[in-house]
Design a protein around this ligand. Structure first.
Ligand code: ADE
Length: 247
């Protein structure tokens, strides 16, 4: 998979050199190219922002540097893999990222992340590239970050780890929270069996694989009910809440 990132802070993406993603990069499973938006700003100060039209606080990112940077990436994509990229603009105003979206985006050949800062990017940039191809405004949660960089890194990690060969043991992807049945993951333990008077649940040391599987599923259901009841599949919801009740 090819991933292009446009940002005024390329240094954030040094984090992608670490751990499994770093290995995936060096093995050629992901091809990450980070572009400094200021290279597409040609005045003396390499200006990327300006005051908002209509007044108000803060600054808005100017359309021209974005146009030049994204055109360059799209032209390069045309002459390269021929894939029709998805451009993702992280934004607290976007649709909320989840595991389903990660799986969907992991099927793509080419993703482009456009990291906005300040009060956002001039709306005409979204309009221009939406008219020319696939654009998604995506939030990683209901809170506000200083810009799209940290959100992009979170999404890139969630997507890239689903690519074949990135995570050593593909089975570990299946049992995780939000995969398969939509339940949260059960608690995990390792050795020693007793730590500070706290025991590993004896069932996990029983060697009875069916009983262990049953216990883990019960733990998943209990945790999901307690922490994220809205995720509980309908058939497991014994006490239907208002929205589940028959009309
Ligand atoms: N930029 C600022 N806050 C964000 C969020 N919650 N998700 C994605 N991008 C953002």
């Amino acid at each position: 998979m090819r991933i292009d990132v446009v940002t005024i802070f390329p240094g954030y993406f040094d984090a992608l050199e670490l751990s499994l993603l770093g290995k995936a990069k060096s093995r050629g499973l992901i091809d990450v190219r980070v572009h400094d938006l200021r290279d597409s700003a040609h005045d003396k100060h390499r200006t990327v922002d300006d005051t908002p039209a209509g007044g108000g606080a803060g600054m808005v990112m100017k359309p021209e540097p974005w146009g030049e940077a994204l055109d360059g990436i799209l032209e390069d994509a045309d002459s390269g893999a021929g894939a029709d990229p998805v451009i993702i603009f992280p934004s607290p105003a976007g649709e909320v990222f989840n595991q389903r979206m990660a799986r969907e985006l992991a099927e793509e050949k080419h993703l482009v992340f456009g990291c906005g800062r300040y009060e956002g990017i001039d709306q005409r940039v979204f309009d221009e590239y939406s008219a020319r191809g696939r654009v998604r405004l995506v939030s990683i949660g209901d809170y506000v970050l200083n810009g799209g960089e940290v959100a992009s890194i979170a999404m890139i990690e969630a997507i890239a780890r689903l690519l074949p060969g990135v995570v050593g043991n593909p089975e570990s992807l299946v049992e995780e929270s939000h995969e398969e049945d939509g339940l949260l993951e059960y608690p995990s333990y390792t050795k020693p069996a007793n730590w500070r008077e706290r025991e590993v649940p004896p069932i996990l040391l029983s060697g009875n694989h069916a009983a262990i599987a049953k216990w883990r599923r019960e733990q998943s259901i209990e945790r999901t009910k307690r922490v994220r009841p809205e995720l509980l599949p309908r058939e497991l919801d014994e006490a239907p809440r208002g929205r589940h009740a028959a009309p």
